[in-house]
Structure formats: structure tokens, C-alpha cells
Design a protein around this ligand. Structure first.
Ligand code: NAP
Length: 401
């Protein structure tokens, strides 16, 4: 049966259909490992009361080889219809067809929030002295900013035309022959992104939401992001949030019990602060490009992309995904680390309200890694670790439920 979304609320049947995109390269290896963990986690948490019927939908190389389309319309329709889906990594075709299948999925389904939780799992090697202090969720705007793809190549007729317009109509003089990109940031898209970050903080009892921006320089885009972020906080969540300024001016630096503090930080400074004082940040809401950099930098602080889960969430539907690429040189070797996809599945279960299954997965993954049973990427960094294949790693997680 299908998940339904009614009046913004998810209605998840106990016997649920979920579409999956297996992914390219190492995608099939990590998908098979992850699926085993998902099914056993549901069985462990709910017995025969709940189950998943997995429905394969095509995209990437498998989509292209089977249907001639990198992203078939039926795949998008199936995801819209089923509300929740999960995917492995997809090859970005170089020089043909679509710019990026991943970006196309986000844009066509209007998945406006890229949500990336970053927290530490002991004893994964980390460059931080106290990696356990890193525990944040990044809400990255997914649909606009420099990623909107509005750009003109240096020296092209179109670039010259835009350059002429900017000079003659707007008084802006560009260097001759410059490439040009446009950075749109809108109130509506900013507000829905920041609102979803605030809802996440409220629902999960987290103490702060930080607006990350470079508004001191880019006043009308990143500066506006900051302003609209504070505006939506005041308009929609006045009884649940308080600004950092008010905490100091009215409450002597101590936020009232249960209130989410809304603060903002300039992007370059925030990169320092997440290294030096990571425990001061719980949820970070940010425009697209900042979010791209920050997500990977934070993932590195807790052991790299192989461990980082992610989701792209919109008003209509949500797609949970491994955050790394297809690692093609390891394709078919049953070798790579499936943790990113497995943890993305745990996020999916949280989203569906199947919290017990999500918790079982996180707990068991942690036990398995702590026990020293890991895939090659972690084995080469943890002394005395037992290196196992991707599928065996999944089996050990299941054994540890
Ligand atoms: P990549 O596939 O992420 O792989 C780069 C390196 O990261 C691998 O060689 C491996 O390092 C490590 N790695 C990645 N996944 C791992 C895993 N599950 N377990 C352990 N190690 C892992 O990046 P890429 O080579 O730049 O990209 C390959 C293709 O993936 C491209 O077509 C790209 O467009 C696409 N891509 C897709 C997505 C997505 O679907 N969301 C994201 C990024 C890239 P070692 O060699 O050191 O072992």
C-alpha cells in the first residue's frame, strides 16, 4: 500500500510500498546490503505487524540502458505517487544527455531541502580531537542560488549580450570576455527551507538553528537569506523560537527553557566555529552553495562521506540517498562501505515515524563498527580491525540487532 500525504501529514500503512533506485557502479552492492538491514530491522522492531514491499524504479545507467532515458518520467511519477523513495548513487553522464541525474531528481520533484545529519560513530577515525562534539543537521537549499544553472560561457554571444545589458542598462562593468553566472535567492524558497529547519529543531528538541550566509558581501542574496530566515521564524514560530540577540538583551544570555534559539553566522567564520566549538551548533540552514561545501567538510570531521546519510525533502515527496558517488573502480566487488545508504534508510524510517526500526539500525551499526568489523575504507584506518566485504558487514549488523 502507498504512503499518503494529507494536509501535510504522512499516513504510512503498516504494509508499505517503497520505490528504490538501485544506483550505478557500486550501487547494486550497497543496495543489496542495505535492503537486508532494512528488512531485518523492520522485522526486529515490529515482527509481522509491519513490512516493506520494495518497488524498483529506474534511473542512471540502468534507466538509460533499459528505456533510453537517464531519468524516465515513470520514475518521477512513481516517487511522487509513493511519497517516499530511496536511492543509491548515480553516474553523471559526461558530455551527453542530462547535466546530473541527481540534480534533475531534486529539481523535477521540487525537493527543496537537502538534509544532512552529521554525527560521530565511535571508533571511526576522525581528524577532530573530540569528534563526539559534532552532532548537527544541515538544511541546504536545493533549488536555487548559483546551482540554478543560469550561466553563460566566456566569449559566447549570450555572455556578451548579458554583459552589454549590464553595462548599458545597469551601469555594471564586467571584465571583457567574462563567464557569467546568476545567483537567484528568493524569499519564498528561503522561507520554506528555514521553516523546515525550524520544524526539525522543534520536533527533535534541538536548541538552536543557525542561518549560515555571506550577507556582509552579497547583501541582496545571502543577506536577504538571513533577513528572510529571521522573518519566517517570527511569522510562523513566534511562541517557540527566540533570537540570539533577544537571549542576550532580555534573558541575560540564558535562553528560556524549551525555546529554539535562532542565530546567524557569516559563512567563513562558521567554518572556523564548527571546527573549534562544534557543540554550539545543532541545526544549520543555508543557501545551496554554502551548504554543499559545509556538508562535505562536516562529513570529513566525523570520518568522511562513506558514513554520511542524506535526504532530499520537498512538500510532495522525499528521496533518501547515499551521499557519496558510484565509486566505479570498486563496482561489483562487494567491497565498499554501505553505511551511508544504511543510515539514509534510518533517516527514512524516522521520516515515516518508524522510529524503532531507525534506532535499531543506528545502534547495531555502531556496535558492529565498535567491534572492529568494518569494510576496507575503515579497516585501513582502524588498527586491529577485521576487514569484511560489503555484504558481510550488513550480515554482522543484522546479527547485532
Ligand atoms: P565517489 O564515487 O564518491 O568516489 C570517490 C572515492 O570515495 C572512492 O574511490 C572511494 O575512495 C571513496 N568512496 C566513495 N564511496 C565509498 C563507499 N561507499 N565506501 C568506501 N569508500 C567510498 O566520487 P567520484 O569518483 O568523484 O564519482 C564517481 C561518479 O559518481 C561520477 O559519475 C559522479 O558524478 C557520481 N556521483 C554521484 C553522486 C550521487 O549519486 N549522489 C554523488 C557524487 C558523485 P578510495 O578510492 O580512497 O577507496
Amino acid at each position: 500500500m502507498k504512503i499518503k500525504k494529507e494536509d501535510g501529514q504522512l499516513n504510512v500503512p503498516d504494509q508499505v510500498d517503497i520505490p528504490f533506485i538501485e544506483g550505478d557502479g557500486t550501487g547494486p552492492d550497497i543496495w543489496h546490503a542495505a535492503r537486508l538491514v532494512f528488512d531485518k530491522a523492520v522485522d526486529k522492531a515490529y515482527g509481522s505487524d509491519r513490512s516493506i514491499a520494495w518497488i524498483e524504479v529506474l534511473a542512471g545507467e540502468k534507466g538509460f540502458n533499459t528505456t533510453g532515458a537517464w531519468l524516465p518520467e515513470e520514475t518521477l511519477d512513481a516517487i511522487r505517487e509513493h511519497v517516499v523513495a530511496i536511492k543509491g548513487p548515480l553516474t553523471t553522464p559526461v558530455g551527453k544527455g542530462i547535466r546530473s541525474v541527481n540534480v534533475a531528481i531534486r529539481q523535477k520533484l521540487d525537493l527543496f531541502a537537502c538534509v544532512r545529519p552529521v554525527s560521530y560513530i565511535e571508533p571511526v577515525p576522525s581528524p577532530m580531537k573530540q569528534p563526539e562534539k559534532v552532532d548537527m543537521v544541515i538544511f541546504r537549499e536545493n533549488t536555487e542560488d548559483l546551482y540554478a544553472g543560469i550561466e553563460w560561457q566566456a566569449g559566447s554571444d549570450d555572455a556578451e549580450k548579458v554583459s552589454r545589458f549590464l553595462k548599458e542598462e545597469m551601469g555594471a562593468d564586467l571584465p571583457p570576455g567574462a563567464g557569467i553566472g546568476i545567483k537567484p535567492i528568493s524569499a519564498a524558497n528561503t522561507k520554506r527551507l528555514v521553516a523546515s529547519a525550524i520544524v526539525h529543531a522543534i520536533d527533535n528538541g534541538l536548541s538552536s538553528v543557525t542561518l549560515m550566509h555571506k550577507g556582509n558581501i552579497m547583501k541582496f542574496t545571502e543577506g536577504a537569506f538571513r533577513q528572510w530566515g529571521y522573518e519566517v521564524a517570527a511569522e510562523r514560530f513566534a511562541d517557540k523560537v527566540i533570537t540570539e540577540a533577544d537571549v542576550y538583551e532580555k534573558h541575560d544570555g540564558h535562553p528560556p527553557e524549551g525555546m529554539v534559539v535562532i542565530k546567524d553566522r557569516i559563512a567563513d567564520m562558521l567554518f572556523q566555529q564548527v571546527l573549534l566549538r562544534p557543540d554550539e551548533f545543532q541545526v544549520i540552514a543555508t543557501p545551496n552553495l554554502n551548504g554543499d561545501y559545509l556538508s562535505d567538510a562536516l562529513a570529513a570531521q566525523v570520518g568522511g562521506l562513506g558514513m554520511a546519510p542524506g535526504a532530499n525533502i520537498g512538500d510532495i515527496c522525499a528521496v533518501f540517498e547515499a551521499t557519496h558517488g558510484t565509486a566505479p573502480k570498486y563496482a561489483g566487488q562487494d567491497k565498499v562501505n554501505p553505511s551511508s545508504l544504511i543510515l539514509s534508510g534510518a533517516m527514512m524510517f524516522d521520516f515515516m515515524g518508524w522510529k524503532e526500526a531507525a534506532e535499531a539500525i543506528r545502534r547495531s551499526l555502531q556496535i558492529t563498527i565498535k567491534d572492529g568489523t568494518v569494510t576496507y575504507d575503515l579497516a585501513r584506518q582502524i588498527s586491529n580491525a577485521r576487514e569484511v566485504k560489503c555484504s558481510v558487514f550488513a550480515e554482522r549488523i543484522v546479527d547485532n540487532f
